[in-house]
Design a protein around this ligand. Structure first.
Ligand code: BG6
Length: 478
């Protein structure tokens, strides 16, 4: 879908996220021909760089983070022609007039401000944007996580944003919503007649959502010790996935219709008791440092792993547990959602099929796809024996090469285009914090500590026990 020529200002343009994700995503969209001539990408940060010095940094980032086989030297040169730079200081007036002049020099109606900056800089930056009159009717602002660290801070962030922007102008990013399979989940549910009749407590036994990572928190210890898996992953990515699985069909595929339904799910979540949560920290492994070493705090109670049992108090899902787990330094990088269906009410075959449960697995990564586990007759003459087979749909097999795009590419272009469907609304973020805060408050008040687990394992033993108590098992982690 085409966009109009735009100006995109990246605050924190010299930072890590900009170099790794934002600039490469923009470069790919430019190469794909999606950014009309005259569009500009303006880096903005405190560093006193000239435009040429910033372009050099952009060149290095692209060479580092976009595989050489994806582009030609001329593509990069053409991209650099779109790039400009303004040094601005959030805490003073330095640089703002130049930024205002640069913006008003062009005649692009669409302005997108991408705030890839630390939370402490958001209030002063947005205030300066307002006082230097940078905000027009066609302005959007993209905000990165953390969107607060609890309900109070999320409310004050929302207030800061709403002091200068209207909600229709605010794009709160959760990059999980930009992943191809996450959108496919909506297509799967709402563009097919087959699944929706089964998508409820009558047929679904339980749901599992796993986001497992092999990486540790090495290098990010300081941030992570303050955040932990609950704030870093559950409050946003896992809860968004849960919403998309559990929400009612929206009446239209538009921003507010979708977000209204997600909000209803969050508000219907029952408070989780301490007993239904498991916290973990990875321990040291020979030479490899432990979580406590990585955060540099031997008394830390912060979790690098969390598992919990969530329940949704509404007609569709009453009695269907949603088990969530996420962690670092685990066995495999895998993000997937599994719906485990109930067994048939009465089996007419022999014991071989006793207790078999259909499973629908939606894989977000590493190999995106959807698998449905079915019971079929075992081939051969051996009578009516049953076996389980996967009906597999791997996106790599059905999508022509080069068609899938990275989450950031999709989300940035959606923001430029003015489509908020895949972005979180302020009330959604606050409701998610309210639910998460209740869990964290119980942890803080308790004297128990996170359980330690082996690096490269599937997490702490207690997480296995969480499901075993309900006579259930986690799906194998790869
Ligand atoms: C980020 C978290 O939001 O998501 C990181 O801050 C995490 O801790 C990352 O590693 C995972 O994203 P992805 O796309 O690699 O699954």
């Amino acid at each position: 879908i085409p966009v109009q020529p735009f100006d995109l200002v990246v605050f924190g343009g010299t930072g890590d996220l900009s170099r790794r994700k934002i600039l490469p995503a923009l470069f790919r969209r430019v190469m794909a021909g999606q950014c009309p001539e005259g569009s500009r990408i303006i880096g903005a940060s405190r560093s006193k760089l000239t435009a040429d010095e910033f372009r050099e940094m952009v060149r290095k980032s692209i060479n580092e983070f976009v595989p050489a086989k994806e582009f030609k030297a001329a593509d990069l040169e053409a991209f650099l022609l779109m790039v400009e730079y303004c040094a601005v200081d959030a805490f003073s007036d330095a640089g703002w007039t130049k930024l205002a002049d640069t913006l008003s020099m062009g005649d692009n109606a669409i302005r997108t401000f991408y705030l890839s900056i630390s939370p402490t800089l958001i209030t002063p930056t947005t205030r300066q944007m307002a006082s230097f009159k940078l905000i027009t009717h066609e302005t959007r602002v993209v905000v990165e996580k953390p969107l607060g660290t609890d309900l109070d801070s999320a409310k004050s962030l929302n207030k800061t944003l709403k002091d200068v922007f209207e909600e229709r102008q605010i794009y709160r990013i959760d990059h999980y919503l930009g992943k191809e399979t996450v959108q496919n989940l909506m297509a799967l549910r709402f563009a097919n007649v087959l699944l929706e009749p089964l998508w409820n407590s009558k047929y679904v036994d339980h749901v599992q959502i796993t986001v497992a990572e092999t990486v540790s928190v090495d290098g990010r210890g300081e941030y992570y010790d303050l955040s932990g898996a609950m704030r870093d992953m559950v409050q946003n990515h896992l809860m968004q996935l849960l919403c998309l699985v559990a929400m009612e069909p929206p009446s239209r595929f538009d921003a507010d219709a979708v977000r209204d339904e997600k909000l209803k799910v969050i508000r219907a979540l029952e408070p989780v008791s301490m007993r239904n949560t498991v916290r973990g920290q990875y321990r040291s492994e020979g030479e490899i440092a432990s979580f406590l070493d990585h955060v540099g705090n031997s008394a830390s109670n912060t979790e690098s792993y969390v598992a919990l049992k969530a329940e949704i108090g509404n007609w569709r899902w009453a009695g269907v547990p949603f088990y969530l787990r996420t962690g670092k330094a685990l066995k495999k990088r895998v993000s997937e959602i599994t719906l485990v269906f109930k067994p048939v009410p009465h089996s007419i075959f022999d014991d071989s099929n006793e207790g078999f449960q259909n499973k629908l697995i939606i894989r977000l990564q590493p190999e995106e796809g959807i698998t449905l586990h079915m019971s079929v007759k075992e081939p051969g003459p051996g009578g009516m024996r049953l076996t389980e087979v996967p009906l597999d749909m791997s996106f790599a097999d059905v999508v022509p090469e080069g068609v899938t795009i990275d989450a950031y590419e999709r989300l940035i272009m959606d923001a430029v285009r003015g489509n908020q469907t895949l972005f979180m609304r302020g009330d959604e973020v606050e409701a998610a914090w309210a639910w998460v805060d209740h869990i964290i408050a119980q942890w803080d008040a308790s004297s128990s500590k996170p359980h330690s687990y082996d690096q490269g394992s599937t997490g702490p033993e207690d997480a296995i026990a969480l499901l075993a108590r309900d006579a259930r098992r986690w799906q194998p982690m790869g």
